[in-house]
Design a protein around this ligand. Sequence first.
Ligand SMILES: [Zn+2]
Length: 313
Amino acid sequence: MFAQFKTLPQLFDYFKDEEICLAYWEQIRWGGNVTCPHCNASNPYKTNRGYKCRNIGCQKKFSALVGSIFENSKLPLRTWFAAIYLCTNHKKGISSLQVSRDLGIHQKSAWFMLHRIRETLKESVPEVLGGEGVIVEVDETYVGGKVGNMSNKKRKEITDKLRGINDNKSTVMGYIERSNKIRFKVIEEGENIKDLVRGNIDTNSVIMTDSSTVYTNVGKEFAHHGIVDHSKKEFVKEDVYHTNTIEGAFSLFDRMVIGIYHHVSPKHLQSYFNESAYRYNTRIMNCPMRFEETVAMCSGVRLTYKNLTVKSS
Ligand SMILES: [Zn+2]
């Protein structure tokens, strides 16, 4: 059922022209049952440039790209598909400059394309993480401002002192179900760490945090609260007592920004974190599977990995 390719040349071979790309896209979007995006009526007339709604009260013309991230783009779907491949397969992402060189398009076009792709890489209906007996590591980091370019360790030392007075930085929460799923959340005005922890993690979980007092009270609401005291150099206490996984994910994000994107504005910060989380959360998928999942998200119709595996079983 999946498009068969493992490399970029194979992708171009598989999607060899716009017609094939469009047929693939229509299959992903409608699964053979084309519906009007304006009134949901099915079975429209085929026109030479797309469809015309059969419903007398509607009769609107539409293309398969209406409502998707590809709508109103001058770039062919083939180029979009290649960009999706590049963005989701590189471990640290890819810059618009690199995409413009690789695909022979203007950097501005590449920037818009990557931005639209990134915007789709969010969880549509986020479920609570964790559950009975599941360990969830929780930590926060500070991005931007003076500490932006420091190592995680150095930043930790400084931000420990700065907690509460770091107005020029964005605070970002990270939660990770060990060896499973990660989520990042840029804290917005009016939000606080305690409520975010409550809202994102099942209280039957075991949570692991550092010794920051911000977690002390909310930690009591969970099945167990493991505290790692970094100042005592006990990074790994009794094997399971650590927050190394989430700290590793934060530093991978830092390396992505420093090495690939160079600068990320606060306005787009959440999208970049979503991109990073998406790559982590789809790491066990093979390349065509991840590609199909991502393309499906471009229409707002999200195929989850769970759905895909249920279908094939
Ligand atoms: Zn219609």
